[in-house]
Ligand binder design. Structure first.
Ligand SMILES: N[C@@H](CCO)C(=O)O
Length: 534
């Protein structure tokens, strides 16, 4: 089941219509809740429960009435609605596969050669979904590969087949940053994703069942190798440029490191060369929240109610990391949705209704297992030389194990991590040590701010890019991929011998949109990109 199938389930409920209206978060949230209550037809049991939860409980001698929780009621109603929609779908097509919904029309490259992944897993075959804009020239030398952020599909720009605006609609086109008068721009959905490329919601050809969490662990490098299989299929031997933001900024660097002879230029916007602990921590919390949703069912939720509540909360956490405090100060300040009402434990402040809305929009449009795999791949990202060498050795070993054929893949190493016998213990003096370490780290970050040397391991790891013109951009208000990470990339490239590195950092005055600036700032981000590519 693809993520679009979740959307179809949603379409059967009233949620999607509410989410698609583009109204304010508050209106959407309220309309959503009222629609859910008015239009859904819960069973007698859920009706009873709702009557019970909707009314303040006036339990005899209590001093005050119990709170009501319309936000939780809405989640319960959605579960009931989805369950009902699934049952109806099952009745109408009890034996056939679920219909294939897509984010729109995409092209698909099918690779029938087995695909070995960095951590030992194998895909016996895979699809990669892609879209493209602008004409490819005769010698195929004008191709730009555009890499996506975590949750985007290949639909970066509208196409004839899918006129919906894409996620970089204003950056791609004749005369724009990615100038389609000059370049042929290709964007793919990553493997592990859910917009047409093979991922956990795809069928494992070995047994005809959906992969779910039998899908192997992925890396950024795996995603990039899959993209180059597509380029092979298209006969593109060398890219004019590899361009990406956020996770795409990671991939853009990885493409150059893995295939230095096949990439002309590198653009990495709000990306990094290795994930740092804060970003790993933020993605960890999203995964944990999602996995704690009982509907996640260890990944085997396809065909039943998806873990929409966990997804919603995960997206709310993610949204906190994508934007910035200054933006919200200006946009929402301390305003409440309805100051005439008493405070509520459900969304109440405008910022809460905004997060609620962000969660609503996402929770049934993206496959939860894809979120787990793709975000884990981001955590694992490290272009340091040591990590590259260890990965290469592991691949070589696995390759030789697999010489006997793909069937051996079932013996692929699987995770045997156990929790430590003892819970994490704080050591005596740890606070002092931590403070000292933090001071050292701060000093290290300050050094990077001052242009001092990044770790030698990273300089060595990026050395395959020493001859590639590179554009590295960061945003001061980004808390997820902070600006010091792009400084680190730019400096490591220079120290690796690259004399053609352009580094820009947008100040808080230039952009307060945090990490998501790359999606919004056509003038600064798009302008620098256009200049660089000319
Ligand atoms: N908002 C972006 C940021 C991460 O790239 C996304 O969800 O993909």
């Amino acid at each position: 089941m693809k993520c679009q199938r979740l959307t179809a389930a949603l379409a059967a409920s009233s949620v999607s219509s509410a989410s698609r209206t583009g109204q304010t978060a508050l209106l959407c949230s309220r309309r959503l809740q009222s629609q859910l209550h008015l239009q859904s037809q819960p069973t007698a049991r859920t009706t009873r429960r709702h009557l019970h939860t909707q009314q303040p409980r006036r339990n005899g001698g209590a001093s005050n009435p119990a709170m009501v929780f319309p936000c939780l009621d809405a989640l319960e109603t959605r579960s009931a609605t989805l369950k009902k929609a699934k049952k109806e779908a099952a009745r109408s097509d009890a034996s056939g596969p679920e219909p294939s919904y897509t984010a729109g029309a995409t092209q698909t490259h099918h690779s029938s050669e087995p695909f070995l992944l960095d951590w030992g897993g194998v895909l016996p075959e895979f699809d990669i979904a892609y879209e493209s804009w602008g004409a490819m020239n005769a010698d195929k030398s004008n191709v730009i590969l555009l890499h996506t952020g975590l949750s985007a599909s290949s639909h970066a720009h509208s196409t004839e087949a899918n006129p919906q605006p894409g996620w970089w609609e204003k950056f791609i086109g004749p005369g724009l940053s990615l100038d389609t008068d000059k370049y042929h721009v290709i964007c793919t959905n990553v493997i592990g994703g859910c917009y047409g490329s093979t991922g956990p919601s795809s069928v494992d050809p070995a047994d005809g069942q959906l992969y779910a969490t039998r899908f192997p662990i992925l890396t950024m490098e795996d995603m990039v190798r899959a993209q180059f299989r597509l380029l092979d299929g298209l006969g593109v031997t060398r890219l004019y440029a590899s361009v990406g933001s956020s996770m795409g900024g990671m991939q853009s660097l990885a493409a150059g490191v893995l295939f230095p002879d096949r990439v002309g230029r590198i653009v990495s916007i709000s990306g990094c060369a290795r994930s740092h602990p804060y970003s790993i921590a933020m993605r960890h919390t999203q995964r944990q929240v999602l996995m704690m949703d009982p509907n996640w069912n260890r990944g085997f939720y396809y065909g039943s109610v998806p873990p929409h509540a966990g997804m919603k909360l995960a997206r709310e956490i993610a949204t906190v990391t994508y934007r910035s405090g200054p933006e919200w100060e200006q946009r929402f300040a301390r305003r409440r949705a309805d100051p005439s009402k008493p405070p509520a434990l459900c969304p109440d402040f405008l910022i809460e209704t905004y997060l609620d809305h962000a969660g609503e929009k996402f929770c049934l449009t993206y496959d939860p297992n894809s979120l787990l795999y793709v975000s884990k791949a981001m955590d694992l990202f490290d272009l340091g030389r040591e990590n590259q060498q260890v990965a290469a050795a592991r691949r070589a070993e696995r390759q030789s194990e697999l010489k006997d054929g793909v069937a051996a893949a079932v013996d692929a190493p699987s995770c045997s991590l156990t929790l430590p016998d003892e819970p994490y213990q704080e050591q005596e003096g740890e606070s002092a040590a931590a403070a000292a370490a933090a001071a050292d780290a701060d000093a290290g970050n300050l050094e990077i701010q001052r242009g001092a040397k990044p770790p030698q391991d990273l300089i060595d790891g990026l050395s395959p890019l020493r001859d590639h013109p590179a554009l590295v951009m960061g945003v001061a208000s980004d808390i997820l991929f902070p600006a010091w990470q792009q400084r680190e990339v730019a400096e490591a490239l220079r120290l690796a011998g690259n004399r053609n590195v352009a580094h820009y950092e947008l100040s808080e005055e230039q952009s307060m949109f945090g990490h998501d600036t790359f999606l919004l700032d056509v003038k600064n981000v798009g302008g620098a990109l256009k200049n660089f590519l000319q």
